[in-house]
Design a protein around this ligand. Structure first.
Ligand code: FAD
Length: 351
């Protein structure tokens, strides 16, 4: 395969990151098959180039100049596979699907909803591609990637071989996984998910409950939950096509129960959710809001006026502008609450 002819040099990544930061890749290739991926990695090894993998660019903070070869996974395809005997014993309603790493996440959710399959409907409208979804174990409105993953197929850059990781080997945690812990080691090409014809009880979130109360719907079906999530998200989050952003910029910090109780005494309105025994997850958006950041602008970047957790790029700025704003916010939260905020999007390339 003559892959060299397909590789682009000094390719702009400005429209390949939802923050819209100007960036250029030394080499760039969108791969459409696993054999193209192997050939691309071979090319990089022969030319001593670093390999970077990109999806839809909705969770990255792009450097102005990205050296090495940037590979975007464009491997498509989704199919329902026979539920295996074990799954049948567990639940007659389980259905497995296999999805290519390049498939658009939201379009896949929509497709599953149309087949009457539950498990992803609350994660509608999350931007990006299937291959990136396991990386930070995406989640929204009570559903999480870890709850539906069966296995992940990936190219392992150290051994130069395709491997299949079971759900356990993916080591999913809150916005975390093996893939995030070992950046640059795995390139995900395909994901197997297990969904159900039986609907999840996923209408526990206040925003969804008030949407259904307003519409007079008591027991929403899968499609109605999907529509509700889309409506709520559209009202709260900026569309990256209109205003550059990477969704939630900070993770919700996890603190000990003792630390939470101390904070709650001082800040009775503090919003928090129980995380695991002895730990609480604080609403990062609430902390940022209390420090008066919502709607603040710092040149070309700022804090979204409707949601303090979302940092935005108005245009004409660079990644460094946003990193400075993020640091100022982190410092002010630490000074006020003694809580450290951690960034959710990843530096691209990783530092
Ligand atoms: C408006 C908005 C709303 C959002 N809402 C949510 C939300 O509700 N919940 C949530 O969890 N996230 C949310 N996000 C974050 C983001 O959409 C998800 O993290 C998404 O999965 C990123 O997908 P991507 O294809 O854009 O990945 P990219 O941004 O391209 O990449 C993210 C990371 O994954 C790596 N990567 C990408 N593809 C692969 C692959 N095939 N194999 C191995 N590594 C890979 C990259 O190297 C990078 O480190 C939101 C973002 C935006 C802009």
């Amino acid at each position: 395969m003559n892959i060299e002819k397909k590789i682009l040099k000094n390719h702009s990544l400005k429209t390949s990151n939802t923050l819209g930061f100007p960036a250029s890749a030394e080499y760039f290739l969108a791969v459409k098959s696993e054999s193209e991926l192997e050939a691309a990695v071979d090319f990089a090894k022969q030319n001593k180039l670093s390999v970077r993998v990109l999806g839809g660019g909705s969770n990255v903070l792009m450097a102005p100049q990205v050296d090495g070869l940037v590979i975007r996974i464009d491997i498509m395809g989704k199919r329902i596979i026979q539920t295996n005997a074990e799954a049948d014993i567990l639940s007659k309603e389980a259905v497995s699907i296999v999805v290519g790493g390049g498939e658009n996440w939201h379009a896949t959710v929509e497709w599953c909803v149309a087949q009457g399959l539950s498990g992803m409907e609350s994660m509608a409208l999350i931007p990006g591609r299937m291959g990136a979804a396991p990386v930070q174990n995406i989640g929204a409105y009570g559903q999480e990637m870890k709850d539906i993953v069966v296995k992940v197929r990936a190219y392992h850059l150290e051994t130069c071989a395709f491997v299949v990781l079971s759900k356990g080997e993916c080591r999913f945690a809150y916005r975390d996984s093996t893939f995030k812990q070992a950046p640059g080691q795995y390139i995900i090409t395909e994901v197997e998910l297990r969904l159900s014809r039986h609907q999840d009880d996923n209408v526990r979130y206040a925003a969804l409950q008030s949407y259904f109360a307003h519409k007079g719907i008591n027991q929403p079906n899968i499609k109605q939950v999907f529509d509700a999530v889309c409506a709520v998200r559209r009202s709260k989050l900026p569309d990256p096509e209109v205003l550059g952003n990477a969704g939630s910029f900070f993770k919700n910090p996890v603190v000990t129960l003792a630390q939470f109780q101390k904070l709650k005494q001082q800040w009775p309105d503090l919003i928090a959710y129980s995380e695991s025994e002895g730990y609480m997850k604080l609403a990062a958006g609430w902390l940022i809001d209390q420090c008066d950041w919502k709607g603040k602008r710092a040149g070309c970047v700022g804090v979204y006026e409707k949601q303090a957790l979302v940092l935005v790029h108005f245009g004409g700025g660079q990644r460094e502008d946003l990193l400075q704003l993020a640091k100022d916010i982190q410092d002010s939260i630490f000074t006020t609450f003694r809580v450290q905020l951690e960034m959710e999007p990843q530096l691209f390339p990783t530092a």
